[in-house]
Design a protein around this ligand. Structure first.
Ligand code: ADP
Ligand code: MG
Length: 322
């Protein structure tokens, strides 16, 4: 039996209100995360990664709304769900770790009390004292030995560990980490990523890892989904996509990563990703693409199906980099 699907996003479309109209920010995004699996969502700033993460926990900003498609978390449909359902989901079935723990931790409360609060909110039967004891143990597991510490007494990496303990306090089947380690030093980043991996291994949770960093993807992801201007342009097993990307955009991202094992110069992709209200017709990447031709301006390329040993790609001219 294949492992349970903990997240299933199907043809998700999110619109952004602009003037008296609406433009798509996510345009037909589909992906799945299985129990125990780490799926990385990558793409440049503005691709729609955070919007995707927020949509999963029904926390889109007021200027956006889901205009189509579905999101199932551990069997529960999120789109159109009641506030009570989505509140129970957050911190219950979905643990969330965001980039800035400063913004998510309350400055006036001790970290142990905050983790205990997360436990009590979803498992009241544990009781106050039980939640306190469990919080202490969960913090210890992520390397925080003093539950009486206040957030400001901890380093950025330590605060991120607290966030991790809090996000996983109810052993959620799905965790979402949005640029969770991007603000940290490289060594601390590696520690937190290790911790994320071991937590996942221990609980069998699925992880949706949002990052702009392909180095991080190579280290921890099983699968990768590449987003460009709100559409999936390539997806497949991480090792395969990183070793032999077929979409010119993924190739561009890969070429922009400094590597120790080659002397080739780092080459950023020329130009900027488009704004949602200024998206080129056809393939949105065509204005930056070395292979673009007339067809790319006319026809939106459709993401093909993944086959064994072959990633799915949405491109009229896919293939190995030149
Ligand atoms: N609160 C908001 N109001 C208006 N536009 C937004 C808001 N948040 C994000 N956007 C726009 O939505 C698009 C996707 O943003 P986002 O998901 O944050 O990108 P990423 O996380 O991939 O960098 C961008 O064009 C961004 O400008
Ligand atoms: Mg983001």
């Amino acid at each position: 039996m294949s492992p349970a699907t903990v997240l299933e996003v199907t043809d998700l479309r999110v619109g952004l209100r602009r003037g008296d109209g609406e433009v798509p920010v996510l345009d037909g995004v589909s992906l799945t995360v299985a129990a125990g699996e780490c799926v990385a969502v990558v793409g440049e700033s503005g691709a729609g990664k955070t919007v995707l993460a927020l949509a999963v926990v029904a926390l889109l900003p007021p200027v956006m709304r889901v205009v189509g498609g579905g999101i199932r978390v551990a069997g529960t449909e999120v789109v159109g769900a009641s506030d009570a359902t989505t509140r129970a989901l957050r911190g219950g079935a979905v643990g969330m770790v965001f980039q800035d723990p400063q913004a998510s931790l309350h400055p006036a409360f001790r970290v142990g009390a905050q983790v205990a609060e997360a436990i009590e909110a979803h498992r009241p039967e544990v009781g106050r004292a039980g939640a306190r004891a469990e919080a202490t143990e969960r913090l210890r597991r992520v390397g925080i030995t003093d539950p009486r510490a206040f957030p400001h007494q901890l380093s950025g990496g330590m605060r991120q560990r607290v966030m991790l303990a809090m996000a996983t306090a109810n052993d959620p089947p799905l965790c979402i980490a949005d640029e969770a380690t991007s603000a940290l030093d490289v060594t601390v980043q590696a520690q937190v990523l290790d911790l994320l991996a071991s937590t996942r291994a221990a609980t069998g949770a699925g992880l949706l890892l949002v990052t702009h960093d392909l180095g991080v993807v190579a280290t921890v992801a099983d699968r990768v989904v590449v987003l460009y201007a709100g559409r999936v342009v390539e997806s497949g097993p991480a090792a395969e996509v990183l070793a032999a990307p077929r979409h010119p955009y993924t190739q561009g991202l890969a070429a922009a990563v400094p590597r120790l094992d080659r002397v080739a110069p780092v080459a950023p992709i020329p130009g900027q990703p488009p704004d949602p209200w200024d998206r080129p017709s056809g393939c949105a990447f065509r204005t930056r693409c070395p292979r673009a031709d007339a067809r790319c301006a006319d026809e939106v390329p459709v993401l093909g199906a993944e086959a064994p040993g072959l990633a799915a790609v949405a491109c009229h001219h896919p293939g190995p980099s030149a």
